[in-house]
Design a protein around this ligand. Structure first.
Ligand code: BG6
Length: 461
């Protein structure tokens, strides 16, 4: 059977500024990643830090041609705040950076590729980090000026903006799990950072609408769909419920419903955490609902009841839910993630039911694989595993669309091999391979396959 996707469905791919630009061709402020790397280079795979990248700024003309060649009709990318405002003075933007982003976006559009531009993708200028990052209310004032500038400058060019990429990952990794700078371990700080990002998200919606009624704006969430170990066991179900409240609803409700979910606030109350919500906060959230939700989906989450009790003095996730690995699960061993495309279908249907068929894009999904050079045949990475992975996830989207879900496109992570935060180059994700020694690019087998899918707007099963 031929699986045909809607005519306007975007066959895209994704990447981010910090992971592809490196130092680049213009001056930029240091970022949270530079600070982290300068202190603990050993925390990064093979000691490779944020400056070793696919050097996008010197190669973007060539790369955009390749993006066209593999059939992309959309590209998720983003601005680097540190590059646009190296000094944190919003009256003094970096002119070279503006020219670069302007030209990049123009070249995409000239090649029939619709740009989806994020304001923040795991990056923060060092001047904000030194100020306390998300824990200082000043972040909001800076963010407001930053987003106003972006919308004024690029609003006419860009149809789709994204505020934050995976803000829950940022909150938990920065303030609870010690994977992102500033490597803290404080549940309350994590919850506060969620609130700050929710307010900023709403402010961005408000600011965009003041000056531009045509562009759309969304939030990208990582939704690793949770399943209980035993769906007849009350405690396992409660673990799933807690997971959803803390990791999904904390962001999804403010963005798509304009308020916090009652049960989330009740849970915080039992934890003695007060968001100190003001009337202004409530109004801001209520009046500024996003236009679309971006779903990043890589894997399901398997959950069971926690073994430890809630301890208000040292709150941790495992007091609310415990993750486990399903015996005999199909795994991407290189990344340690289960492969289960059904969970993408379930995620989409969850958004559909929970949020009244909210417009959505699958903004990331992909497979990171180690030592891809072992699969090179005749100068090409023969990544049949990636083709299978993507196809099986597209199957889930196809099914969901046929069941009435409002999914406008799919963005494979990643358009091109890139630097993966603390995993650096342990795993490669791209449709396009990059040799780091000489920056040579080659399209992988999956890239050529995607070209056909995009051209035919579907595939034969
Ligand atoms: C997503 C991020 O969480 O997953 C990307 O938005 C990231 O920036 C991708 O690179 C893959 O994860 P990792 O940790 O393997 O790079």
């Amino acid at each position: 059977m031929f699986k045909k996707f809607p005519n306007n469905f975007i066959f895209g791919a994704a990447m981010s500024a910090e992971q592809t630009e490196g130092h680049g061709t213009t001056y930029k402020a240091l970022t949270n990643w530079d600070l982290f790397y300068s202190k603990y280079p050993e925390r990064f795979f093979n000691n490779v830090g944020p400056n070793i990248t696919s050097d996008l700024m010197n190669h973007y003309s060539e790369d955009i041609k390749l993006f066209k060649e593999i059939g992309l009709t959309g590209l998720r990318y983003g601005f680097s705040w540190s590059r646009l405002f190296p000094e944190g003075d919003y009256t003094k933007p970096n002119k070279k950076a503006i020219i670069y982003y302007y030209d990049f976006i123009k070249s995409l559009k000239d090649n029939g590729i619709n740009p989806f531009m994020s304001l923040v993708h795991f990056d923060m200028p060092s001047y904000l980090i030194k100020n306390g990052g998300f824990l200082n209310q000043d972040y909001i004032a800076h963010f407001t000026k930053y987003c106003q500038f972006i919308f004024q400058e690029f609003g006419k060019q860009v149809e789709y903006f994204v505020t934050f990429n995976e803000p829950m990952v940022v909150s938990e990794c920065s303030y609870l799990l010690k994977y992102h700078w500033p490597l803290e371990n404080d549940f309350k700080k994590m919850i506060n950072s969620i609130h700050i990002m929710n307010l900023c998200n709403a402010i961005a919606v408000q600011e965009l609408r003041k000056i531009n009624q045509t562009s759309k704006i969304g939030l990208v969430l990582d939704l690793n769909y949770p399943y209980p170990k035993d769906d007849t066991n009350e405690s396992d179900l409660e673990a799933v419920n807690n997971y959803r409240l803390l990791k999904f609803y904390s962001y999804s409700h403010p963005a798509m419903k304009g308020c916090y979910k009652k049960e989330y606030l009740e849970l915080l109350k039992t934890l003695k955490i007060d968001l100190n919500l003001t009337d202004n906060d409530l109004e801001l959230l209520k009046n500024n609902i996003i236009d679309f939700i971006g779903v990043n989906f890589y894997r399901p989450t398997r959950l069971q009841k926690p073994k430890v009790k809630i301890n208000l003095k040292g709150l941790k996730f495992d007091q609310f839910f415990e993750e486990y690995i399903l015996p005999n699960a199909e795994m991407n061993k290189d990344r340690g993630w289960e492969i289960y495309p059904q969970a993408l279908y379930d995620t989409i249907m969850w958004v559909k039911h929970e949020y009244n068929n909210f417009p959505m894009f699958i903004t990331e999904n992909g497979m990171g694989v180690s030592n891809e050079e072992q699969f090179i045949i005749n100068n090409q990475v023969n990544d049949q595993y990636r083709i299978d992975f993507v196809k099986r996830h597209l199957d889930s989207i196809y099914l969901a669309i046929n069941d009435g879900a409002n999914v406008g496109g799919y963005f494979m992570w990643a358009a091109i091999d890139n630097w993966s935060w603390i995993n650096a180059y342990k795993n490669r994700y791209g449709f396009i391979r990059v040799e780091l020694e000489n920056q040579k690019r080659t399209i992988k087998k999956s890239g050529l396959w995607y070209k056909e899918i995009s051209k035919n707007r579907g595939y034969d099963d």
